[in-house]
Design a protein around this ligand. Structure first.
Ligand code: ADP
Length: 603
């Protein structure tokens, strides 16, 4: 049987109580016996001395019956047995025997108390009386019989008077005490058992509470728990205090670790770079959401081999070189191919690595755009500048004297100077917008009126090309915009639409409110823009057909300016296809106030 701490404590207390009770009982019993015997002995000494005095003072003790009678009288008065023994051991009288019995009784000369009395003047003995068949205590003293003690000790030889008392009364007293002791013992045992049961219950309850808390701590239940309440200041109280402090410390440490971890997670999640931690077996142990986006994963790939998700030899070459950090740039295949710069750093403790992937697609594209821009600017400037220079030289070399020829040269000179000026204007506009120095004042602008103004500036060209111009904009539709910038955008869109739409085509301007935005669309039925170039035409100098654009006086910067202006006003610009052919250039701006549904204002 397996005993709990409560059972063990209870058992130990019971055993201790029983041992203590028994020891105490035995000690008390022994002590009582000794004390009682001492008292009896003291009494017997007193009695035997009185008896001696009486015998010595009594005359005519000349026969056994007389002596026996005196012994009987003395014994009755003293409540003890009195024996008178002559020198040599012959019994002369005994209060417990009749005269014939006295005569017949054996010699008492060798009784220990008699021998001791003769030798030392007083003797005692505790032994079993063969005469009476009981345990007795004897005390004997010598006496001197003078005068008429005829059968007393002859010629001054001492006789012995002996007092005795059975020890049965001691046994009775001890037996009574034993009963009392048993009763007290049983009562005490019951009380002690109850007390110890109670104590072990409380003690084991406290211990159980401690064990429960320790289990909670070891199983990681560090959430706010009530303290262990132990009122005592003993070892258990101190243990409970230590456990409370320990659990507080653990709680604080866990909270600090949790805060640290959430900070770490926030940093990890806030990073633009993809972070992938791998173990020494190249299995993923941690990723951030940027990594999942970059690797086009719809789940957290923890535990999976890196090679399943990053099949790029360059990375695995880096991983194959243990120890040092290394970087490389590569093309990451996927639905949208990306240019990625990677850095692999070893993790010192675990033998794993941290792979950081930085998506540099847009940086690289921007670099290309910038490179192209410089090349494009030089190229765009070179043509008009060379024409101006060549024509000026020809004129100076005598061409001025040829009126027909000189007019043609001067016309070309003017055209190219205008083109140069347009180019510089556009470049300056772009630079100003990009640097945030474009003087923009955003306010409420009535869209229909802005559109009408813009249409006016392309009306003449449209008429020349027999292009039908339509405008369907609600009179009350207002947008949050800078009037000048909005006009520049609309003119640019309309100018392109009229420019790239063949003769006899149609261009329409419309607007619709979409919640808090207004979408303005300039649609034409021109050649349209191939889908893969719809974003690119908003880049600087990007043209679908560069030769045609230049011939038409285009700088290749118009749509780039549109995009920048739209973004500077908190809007956006783009293009989509128009069915069956043509383009729909759109501009999205913040709506100025709630409007009713649109209705045509002009057609
Ligand atoms: P450009 O001065 O050459 O017109 P833009 O930036 O205004 O420069 O336009 C960029 C290119 O987008 C143009 O060269 C042209 O190829 C194309 N494009 C712009 N608008 C239209 C349109 N309405 N229809 C067809 N192509 C267009």
């Amino acid at each position: 049987m397996k005993l709990g701490i409560r059972g063990k404590l209870f058992l130990i207390s019971v055993v201790l109580i029983v041992i203590a009770g028994l020891s105490w009982g035995l000690y008390v019993e022994g002590e009582l016996r000794v004390r009682l015997e001492q008292r009896i002995e003291t009494e017997l000494v007193r009695h035997v001395r009185t008896a001696r005095e009486t015998i010595q003072a009594t005359d005519k003790l000349d026969s056994i019956p007389a002596i026996n009678q005196l012994a009987t009288r003395l014994a009755r008065a003293m409540d003890c047995r009195i024996t008178v023994i002559a020198a040599g051991g012959r019994v002369l009288g005994d209060s417990d025997l009749t005269t014939p019995q006295v005569v017949a009784v054996d010699n008492h000369g060798n009784r220990p108390e008699v021998v001791a009395a003769l030798a030392q003047g007083q003797g005692r003995s505790r032994r079993y009386s063969t005469t009476l068949g009981v345990e007795m205590l004897y005390v004997a003293v010598p006496y001197r019989a003078d005068g008429e003690h005829d059968i007393g000790p002859p010629d001054g030889k001492p006789g012995i008077v002996r007092a005795a008392r059975p020890l049965a009364e001691v046994d009775r007293a001890v037996a009574r005490l034993r009963v009392l002791l048993w009763l007290a013992g049983i009562f005490g045992l019951v009380v002690a058992i109850a007390m110890s049961a109670l104590a072990s219950h409380f003690f084991s309850r406290t211990l159980r509470e401690l064990a429960r808390s320790a289990r909670a701590i070891s199983s990681g239940g560090y959430e706010r728990r009530p303290r262990i309440n132990v009122a005592t200041s003993d070892e258990i109280g101190r243990l409970a205090g230590s456990l409370n402090r320990m659990s507080e410390d653990i709680e604080a440490t866990v909270a600090a670790l949790a805060a640290e971890r959430s900070r770490f997670e926030a940093v990890l999640e806030g990073m633009n770079e993809a972070v992938i931690a791998i173990d020494s077996d190249f299995r993923i142990t941690l990723t951030n959401s940027t990594a999942q986006e970059l690797l086009e994963l719809d789940h957290v790939p923890v535990g999976e081999p890196l090679i399943e998700h990053l099949r790029v030899p360059a990375i695995h070459d880096l991983l194959a070189e243990p120890g040092a950090s290394a970087t490389s740039e590569f093309e990451l295949p996927g639905k949208v191919p990306r240019r990625v710069m990677s850095r692999v750093s070893p993790e010192s403790d675990s033998g794993g690595c941290i792979v950081v992937l930085h998506d540099v697609t847009s940086i690289r594209r921007l670099e290309t755009v910038r490179r192209d821009f410089v090349a494009n600017v030089s190229h765009e400037l070179r043509t008009p500048v060379s024409v101006i220079r060549a024509n000026a030289e020809t004129l100076l070399d005598g061409g001025i004297d040829d009126p027909v020829h000189s007019k043609r040269l001067l016309d070309a000179l003017l055209r190219n100077a205008e083109r140069l000026s347009r180019l510089l204007d556009d470049l300056l506009d772009l630079a100003r917008i990009e640097a945030g120095r474009y003087d923009m004042e955003r306010g409420e602008v009535l869209l229909a009126r802005a559109a009408e103004q813009a249409i006016e500036s392309v009306e003449r060209t449209a008429r020349e090309k027999r292009i039908e111009l339509q405008c369907e904009i609600d009179d009350s539709l207002r947008v949050q915009a800078d009037e000048k910038a909005l006009d520049q955008i609309l003119v640019n869109y309309l100018d392109n639409a009229v420019k790239y739409t063949p003769e006899g085509g149609a261009v329409s301007v419309s607007a619709r409110a979409d919640r808090d935005r207004v979408i303005i669309e300039i649609a034409d039925n021109g050649p349209g823009i191939p889908p893969h170039l719809r974003e690119r035409i908003f880049e600087r100098f990007y043209r679908v057909d560069p030769g045609r654009s230049r011939n038409m006086g285009g700088t290749g910067l118009g749509l780039s300016i549109v995009k920048h202006l739209a973004e500077a006003m908190g809007g956006d610009a783009g293009v989509r296809a128009r069915e069956p052919h043509g383009s729909r250039f759109w501009l999205s701006l913040a709506r100025a106030e709630k409007q009713s549904g649109s209705r045509p204002s002009r057609s």
